[in-house]
Design a protein around this ligand. Sequence first.
Ligand code: AVI
Length: 328
Amino acid sequence: MTTNKGLALVERDESGVDLAFRANVLDGLRASPKAIPARWLYDDAGSQLFEDITKVPEYYPTRAETEILKTRSGEFAALVGPGRAVVEFGSGSSVKTPLLLSAIEPASYVPLDIAGDFLRAAAADLAEKFPGLPVHPVEADFMRRVELPGEVADQPKLGFFPGSTIGNMVARTAVDLLRSMRETLGTGARLLIGMDLIKDEEVLVAAYDDAGGVTAEFNYNLVRRINRELEGDIPLDKLRHDARWNDDYARVEMHLVAQETLAFTVSGEAFGMEKGETIHTENSHKFNRRTSNMLLLAGGWEPVERWTDEQGRFSMILAEARPPRSAP
Ligand code: AVI
């Protein structure tokens, strides 16, 4: 059975179980070490919890990036020029997108998202804020090349990918995405991308383990979702949220750590965890000037300019899809 929830096509069995969710969770629990893809953190409750995270005192990235967009927009505007189709990878945020659009005199705005209802709501909201601006939402999986609407074919493009969402991907996936963005936007396009920076471990870990416990709830929500949607009996009270810095990979990892030996079932399959064993639920990679340049270049984007917030916590990078060249 294929349903159209939020217009993202979801394949379900007769009892309504999301088949991709079940396959990813069962594969992830069978694996060693156990790991479940972070995309499943974002059901309705998880998306709301992420919104709440952006407001906790320890989680600086959203405030730092907004500060850059507020204070440096004149500089982006001068480099990018007016008359571009702004193509946003994701439905757009009610704060960041208007800051960019008001700065650069765009010709049009094209939000791309796989979740159709979020996309249409965000597009309608934007159209109301910018009455003269043509808005062309496209429902698509932007991990692959996307056919842009004919109306923007002749306009120069500016891709927008804020939030350091690229940091939630392992390097190989991030490079695949950057290459798809290049194919979607074409040679000559620009990309404005947010990338969070490496900093003191205590600051990073606190951002993913806030004292108020909002990030812990975000992580626990995945277990609640598994128990509800996949007839699981994972004892949530025996798992503890853990955020840890992995220095080799320059990333904060979220885990759920077993507090004692556990036995549980999910979708009728039995699983066990030793005391101290974890389920790895998210990576959030952090960058410096060199690693962000390297990642962008590997994906076909030449860095042009970069900005950080006053405290140097977060970066926004403007890059360009230059024609390919093989010579040094
Ligand atoms: C969406 N993404 C960029 C967030 C991050 O910072 O990696 C998700 C998040 N996970 C825990 N806190 C925030």
